[in-house]
Design a binder for this molecule. Structure first.
Ligand code: TYD
Length: 215
């Protein structure tokens, strides 16, 4: 338990499709938090630990990747998550840090559950098993129209797109709609932000939202 002088740890997850600008906003939020004296731990999924990075390679860059079935994909993403929760996130929260994670369990709900059509019951149970008690205090979904997201992916691709990036417009439309649905289901936790705003405007909105939750 945090002592009187130690602030309560907070977990903030960033979600949204590829090219939504999550990493820029995570860096900016980390800077704001550090300015007010908070310890910040930034991590990402899949990855965030050595084991997780190895799993990430299997999922995203494996040459046999296109043969991977959705069930395997779900179990690999959640395996990486189980590791980062216990190795990085839970200890940081116990120290009173603010943990910023680039994706968390909602990515599995949306990508494997909604977009890849796996049954919601098992996806939710496997997710719960992976995270234990560690749920986000706040989830920021950076929402961009599917066409914007796809064109940003194409612009930034320096080499061949990875296997998730090769998905088509209908997949990414499902991803986007999936996140909007989650925000309706969990309005206290999940906040949708307009990712077509300028980075500065988005940064201001995020910082306002986070300050309210830190109190
Ligand atoms: P990444 O290169 O990190 O993409 P981004 O910068 O958009 O986060 O690749 C992660 C990919 O894995 C991305 O396409 C989303 C997908 N993903 C899932 O499908 N399920 C998950 O549970 C997670 C964490 C990610």
């Amino acid at each position: 338990m945090p002592s009187k002088s130690q602030p309560a740890g907070k977990l903030i997850s960033f979600e949204g499709s590829e090219g939504s600008g999550k990493s820029t906003q995570i860096a900016r939020l980390a800077a704001h938090l550090q300015e007010i004296g908070r310890e910040v731990v930034a991590t990402r999924e899949p990855g965030g630990t050595e084991i997780g990075e190895q799993i990430r390679n299997i999922i995203v860059h494996n040459s046999k990747g296109d043969e991977m079935c959705p069930e395997t994909e779900l179990l690999l993403f959640t395996a990486a998550r189980a590791q980062v929760v216990r190795e990085v996130i839970a200890p940081a929260l116990a120290r009173g840090a603010v943990v910023l994670t680039d994706r968390y369990l909602d990515s599995s709900t949306v990508y494997q559950g909604i977009a890849r059509n796996l049954a919601p019951g098992p996806v939710s149970e496997i997710n719960r098993f992976a995270v234990g008690e560690i749920m986000p205090h706040l989830t920021l979904v950076i929402d961009v129209p599917t066409e914007v997201s796809l064109s940003r992916i194409r612009q930034r691709a320096t080499d061949l797109p990875d296997r998730m990036e090769r998905e088509n417009i209908s997949f990414y439309t499902k991803v986007r709609e999936g996140y909007l649905l989650l925000a309706k289901q969990w309005p206290e936790r999940v906040v949708v932000l307009d990712g077509t705003l300028s980075p500065d405007a988005l940064d201001k909105k995020i910082w306002t939202e986070v300050q309210m939750r830190l109190e």
